[in-house]
Write a protein that binds this ligand. Structure first.
Ligand SMILES: NC(=O)c1ccc[n+]([C@@H]2O[C@H](COP(=O)([O-])OP(=O)(O)OC[C@H]3O[C@@H](n4cnc5c(N)ncnc54)[C@H](OP(=O)(O)O)[C@@H]3O)[C@@H](O)[C@H]2O)c1
Length: 315
């Protein structure tokens, strides 16, 4: 059964893409933010979470994870990290630009210098948002370097995908070989009650690790018919199931990602201990085949889903 891991995007920078329409929080205090992040990691560990996902693009998250592992002398947590995005907002709530994407060998080498400090906890190293436009999956210098890291450090090499062309990117990545060996072992992909397209590939012929992200669609799974009237049927069904299993809608949405597709890890993007505790209730029940089939019928066109996501703001 898929395990729940904790994504650290929300604890590494004060703003990230989600549904909140207005940021109502008090002025940003970096020391307090770090303490809250550490407390969330402690809480996750106490609740049995042994998988963390991070990235240099998530502000201070990667360093927070590193320091936390060291201070607590923790050796039974597996970490996945990424390269390819640089965080540039300097924790400012008014920043116009938050991250810069660069899929070059120079960026890989620069970010690896920091990420390698996570070894031996680091078990998966991913290209952050591999898309067709950056040409990263054809960049032989980058691919060779990733192969070298894989062999030298015995880590899985992966990609994360985003956008309505996830499936095309996954297919391309599956065929990438270095020295006659498949390079990519792990695929971190968006899958949820709305965008279910990757099932077309994963359900049929797929032998790599699947890590699911955005299981809550950045908050869009929570009933919001005013903004998303097209999701009324989703909201009705999620509410019905959340009542039946006496859990929140978040737990039902996460459980769908665990039961409906061959997933290894489903990431929680919880921002607070309360949210994480609610998310973890996904372990307390199993959806029936009939319920899964009903949710599957509600899949939407990925193009519409991703054009909506583009309109979400950094909050
Ligand atoms: N391209 C990539 O590589 C990529 C992209 C995205 C994510 N990721 C990874 O996936 C992880 C999870 O993804 P995500 O943060 O995008 O996705 P998500 O799980 O779809 O959404 C997380 C958001 O849902 C809300 N939430 C969670 N539990 C809740 C509850 N019980 N009640 C109310 N709201 C709740 C929170 O919003 P509020 O903050 O508004 O409360 C939280 O920030 C990230 O941390 C990161 O590690 C990777």
């Amino acid at each position: 059964m898929a395990k729940i891991g904790l994504g650290t995007a929300a604890i590494g920078r004060p703003l990230y893409i989600n549904i909140k329409e207005k940021n109502t929080s008090k002025p940003f205090d970096k020391e307090e933010f770090i303490r809250e992040g550490e407390a969330l990691l402690d809480f996750a560990y106490a609740k049995g979470i042994r998988i963390l996902d991070t990235a240099p693009g998530y502000g201070l998250a990667e360093n927070l994870v590193l320091e936390w592992l060291k201070q607590r002398k923790i050796s039974d947590v597996f970490v996945s990290s990424k390269w390819g995005y640089t965080y540039v907002a300097d924790f400012s709530e008014t920043a116009k630009e938050h991250e810069v994407k660069e899929h070059s060998l120079a960026k890989l080498n620069e970010q690896w210098k920091v990420t390698k400090e996570l070894l031996p906890s680091l078990n998966t190293y991913q290209i952050h948002s591999a898309t067709l436009d950056t040409g990263v999956l054809q960049n032989t210098d980058v691919l060779k370097r990733l192969y070298e890291l894989k062999k030298k450090h015995h880590i899985a090499i992966g990609i994360t995908t985003t956008g309505h062309k996830q499936l095309e990117v996954m297919r391309l990545a599956m065929n990438v070989q270095v020295k006659n060996e498949a390079l990519f072992d792990s695929f971190q992909v968006t899958y949820n009650v709305f965008d279910q397209r990757i099932a077309e590939l994963v359900d049929i012929d797929f032998d790599r690790k699947i890590i699911i992200k955005e299981a809550l669609a950045n908050g869009r799974v929570f009933p919001n018919v005013q903004r998303y009237p097209q999701y009324e049927a989703h909201y009705d069904l999620l509410l019905e199931l959340s009542k039946k299993y006496t859990v929140g809608i978040d737990a039902v949405a996460l459980r769908f990602c665990m039961d409906s597709i061959k997933s290894d890890i489903v990431l929680s993007g919880a921002n607070t201990q309360k949210q994480l505790a609610e998310n973890l209730k996904a372990y307390d029940f199993v959806l029936t085949e009939e319920e899964i089939a009903r949710i599957k019928m509600l899949k939407v066109d990925p193009e519409g889903y991703w054009s909506e996501r583009k309109k979400l703001e950094w909050n």
